[in-house]
Design a protein around this ligand. Structure first.
Ligand SMILES: Cc1ncc(COP(=O)(O)O)c(C=O)c1O
Length: 402
């Protein structure tokens, strides 16, 4: 009998899917590892690999030269372990009631930012009779999480005591950058100085962490002074620039790994004056042809894309040549939960079943996730991570290495 509580209802992959080019992903990882060498690279695979599929990306990241993996939540980290991953792995975001023993047992490094968290890791070490590997997190200015500077010396002192008992080993000191994607932002020198001071305080407390890590993708790309021993790279590994121009400035070529495609579910003529979709926020100003794309905001297509974004469609004149650069069809009317309408233009010979590309690498005239981000007043991160569970992922160019 079907499990009534099982998730399900995925879209048929032919109808719509996110293709993930794992060769592009590997190329990005390799390029980033080379760019930061001899600093080591952590690839952040949280949030289902930024929407690309955590397990596939984790495996390919290791193959392509990521020494470390990063997961936000314990559940993500444990899933990686269950999948057979055995390499260095850090997790950093857990709730006040979460049992940390399974992480210690699975040899997952755990971030600690408070005395309470430290005592819970010590308890987990006692439960598992294993020494916990800890990265102490200091807040250097993001004011999101991390130990506030005023409490840092005490946290370091307590951690040193816990080290003496054999319960923990403090292997890292870390923090997170607030504005590395905005070169020249005053937060960055402030954070670099605060981080260096915090590390010195940890040493004064008797700790000898071998890993200092601060940089994200933007830091890895354009801030060599933020590289230290390890950088934690997310978005760039998936081929998306953390901000326009950063990868080029670093001389690193990134290839977007996700291509979101669908087949037109319907094509129909629309007469001048007809309103489209909820609220009639767009009205045809000429006779035209519209197509229905079977993806909506339930699938992560931003409602903000209504009347703003574009998709790539087969050439309008229908010459039949597959070589021709695709046309762009604008999104017309409101994006709905499961579908939206595009204007294929007067005389379009598009047919149901024709492929439309919402975003991809951009090399074949299609929009990119960064284009969608600009249209929707957001960032490429949000565009790819929001692609929903209903959208099947189709993996291309998986590595053959076992
Ligand atoms: C703690 C931490 N480190 C690193 C990253 C990777 O950041 P980015 O995707 O900008 O490289 C993230 C993602 O937000 C993060 O939360």
């Amino acid at each position: 009998m079907t499990d009534p509580y099982a998730a399900g209802g995925a879209i048929d992959p032919a109808t719509a899917c996110a293709e993930i080019d794992l060769a592009a992903f590997r190329a990005n990882v390799t390029a980033l590892a080379a760019h930061v060498a001899p600093t080591r690279l952590m690839v952040v695979v949280k949030a289902d690999g930024y929407g690309h599929g955590m397990l596939a990306c984790a495996r390919e990241a290791r193959i392509a030269g990521a020494h470390w993996l990063g997961a936000a939540t314990p559940a993500e980290a444990l899933l990686l372990r269950e999948s057979g991953d055995t390499g260095p792995l850090l997790t950093w975001l857990y709730g006040v009631g979460e049992d940390l023993a399974p992480l210690v047992a699975a040899e997952v490094d755990v971030s600690v930012q408070s005395l309470d968290q430290l005592s819970r890791v010590v308890a987990a070490a006692a439960t598992t009779e294993q020494r916990a590997r800890v990265h102490l997190k200091v807040d250097t200015g993001l004011a999101r999480n991390g130990c506030p500077p005023a409490l840092w010396p005490e946290l370091c002192a307590e951690a040193a005591e816990a080290e003496d008992t054999g319960a923990v080993q403090v292997v890292g000191v870390w923090s997170h950058l607030a504005a590395a994607d905005e070169p020249g932002h005053p937060a960055t020198p402030h954070q670099l100085a605060a981080f260096t001071a915090a590390y010195a305080q940890a040493r004064v407390a008797g700790l000898e962490p071998s890993l200092r890590h601060l940089g994200n993708s933007a830091g890895a790309l354009v801030l060599p002074e933020a590289h230290f021993d390890l950088v934690r790279v997310g978005i760039a590994a998936y081929g998306i620039d953390p901000a326009p121009g950063l990868a080029a400035r670093a001389g690193v070529t990134l290839r977007p790994a996700m291509r979101l495609r669908a087949e037109l579910a319907a094509v129909r003529p629309l007469a001048t004056g007809a309103g489209v979709s909820y609220g009639w926020t767009w009205t045809a100003d000429r006779d035209t042809v519209v197509g229905l794309v079977p993806l909506g905001y339930a699938d992560g297509i931003p409602r903000h894309a209504s009347n703003r974004a574009e998709v790539a469609v087969p050439p309008r004149s229908g010459s039949g040549s597959p070589q021709r650069v695709p046309d762009r069809a604008p999104v017309r009317g409101r994006v709905c939960m499961d579908q939206f309408v595009v204007d294929l233009g007067p005389g379009s010979r598009a047919e149901p079943g024709d492929e439309v590309v919402l975003f991809g690498a951009g090399a074949e005239g299609e929009p990119t996730a960064e284009d969608w981000a600009a249209w929707c007043d957001t960032i490429g991160y949000e565009v790819v991570t929001r692609i929903g569970a209903r959208v099947p992922r189709r993996y291309l160019n998986a590595s053959q290495v076992r």
